[in-house]
Design a protein around this ligand. Structure first.
Ligand code: NCD
Length: 296
C-alpha cells in the first residue's frame, strides 16, 4: 500500500481523516498494533522525524527495527534498495524511509511487498510533515483554513517540506505563497497546484498572510551558492518582519531551526506567535494515524 508516498496523491478526505484520527490519539484513544514490526530506514540524519515515528510505533505497541546512516552496510557500498530488502526479507510489516534520493521511497515501494511511508525524500516530498503542519494550522484556525494565506519564506527551492505543504494545504483550500528572491524559488518549469503564487518581495509576500513558515537553508543539498545563502539570510523572520503579515499572524518552522538565521530565536520562543512546539507535538499523533492506516 502506497498511501503516504506522495503528498500530491492524498485527497482532501484522506488528509482530513488522518488529522481527525491523530486528534483522537491526542485525546487518549488507543489502538493495538502489537503484532506488527516496523522498519525505520533512515539514510539521512534526523532527530524529530525519527523520534516521532519511533515513538508513534511504540505507543501503538509495535516493535521497531532501526537502520540508520551510520552502522548499516550502505557504508560498504550497498544500494538503498538492497538495504531496504534486508528489512523486507526479514518480514517487517511496514517501512518508513528517509533518503536524499528524490524518488527513493517510491523506488523501494515498487520493489518490495510492504507498505512504505515516505519520511522525507530529497527535495521532493515529506508527507508526514505536510500533514502535521496542516493539523497545527487547523487547530489554530478553528478547523478551517479555506481561504487562509500561508506564506512560506526561505530556501524554497531545496525544501521538500514546501512541496508537501503546497499540495496538502491547497487541498484544504488555503492559498500558499512562496516568498523569496529568484535564487530561492523553484525552477519556473516545476508544476505546483493553482493556489500557489510567487512573491519576490517580503513585504508583498507577507502582506495579509495569516501564517508565515520559515525554512532552514538546506546547505547539504547544494554546493557553493553564496548568492542563495545571502538571499535567504536577508529574509529572516523576526518580531519586526512578522509585523508585515496580518495582525495576529502565527509563525511555523518544520525545524531543525538555525536560531537567528532564518528565524529569530526570540520569535520561535514567543508563544503569542510561535506554533513550532505544537508542530512537534502533533507529529507524534499524525504518525500514529499513518501507521494505523497502512497496517490495519
Ligand atoms: C525537515 C526535513 O528533513 O525536510 N525536517 C523535518 O523533518 N522536520 C526540514 C529541514 O531539515 O530543514
Amino acid at each position: 500500500m502506497t498511501l503516504f508516498l506522495h503528498s500530491a496523491a492524498l485527497d482532501r478526505k484522506r488528509i482530513e481523516a488522518t488529522i481527525e484520527r491523530a486528534r483522537e490519539f491526542r485525546d487518549g484513544k488507543r489502538a493495538d498494533l502489537s503484532d506488527k514490526i516496523i522498519g525505520l530506514l533512515f539514510f539521512e540524519n534526523s532527530s524529530r522525524t525519527r523520534v516521532s515515528f519511533e515513538m508513534a510505533g511504540m505507543r501503538l505497541g509495535a516493535r521497531i527495527v532501526f537502520l540508520g546512516p551510520e552502522g548499516s552496510s550502505i557504508k560498504k557500498g550497498e544500494t538503498e534498495l538492497d538495504t531496504a530488502k534486508v528489512l523486507s526479507c526479514n518480514g517487517v510489516d511496514a517501512m518508513v524511509v528517509r533518503t536524499s534520493v528524490n524518488d527513493g521511497p517510491a523506488q523501494i515501494a515498487a520493489s518490495i511487498d510492504v507498505p512504505v511511508i515516505n519520511a522525507g525524500s530529497g527535495v521532493t516530498d515529506h508527507p508526514s510533515q505536510g500533514l502535521l503542519d496542516a493539523m497545527t494550522l487547523l487547530d489554530h484556525f478553528n478547523d478551517d483554513i479555506d481561504g487562509k494565506t500561508i506564506a512560506i519564506v526561505g530556501d524554497i527551492a531545496h525544501s521538500r517540506v514546501v512541496r508537501a505543504n503546497a499540495h496538502i494545504l491547497t487541498k484544504l483550500g488555503a492559498h500558499v505563497r512562496f516568498v523569496g528572491a529568484d535564487a530561492m524559488l523553484p525552477d519556473a518549469s516545476e508544476d505546483f497546484p493553482r493556489n500557489v503564487t510567487r512573491h519576490a518581495d517580503l513585504k508583498d509576500g507577507l502582506d495579509g498572510a495569516d501564517a508565515v513558515m520559515a525554512l532552514r537553508i538546506q546547505r547539504e543539498r547544494f554546493d557553493n551558492r553564496p548568492d542563495l545563502i545571502a538571499a535567504c539570510e536577508a529574509l529572516s523572520i523576526n518580531h519586526d518582519t512578522i509585523a508585515l503579515a496580518k495582525p495576529g499572524a502565527v509563525v511555523l518552522h518544520p525545524m531543525p531551526m538555525n536560531r537567528d538565521v532564518e528565524i529569530s530565536g526570540a520569535l520561535a520562543d514567543d508563544l503569542a506567535y510561535s506554533l513550532l512546539w505544537k508542530q512537534m507535538e502533533n507529529g507524534l499523533f499524525i504518525r500514529m494515524a499513518m501507521f494505523e492506516a497502512v497496517m490495519s
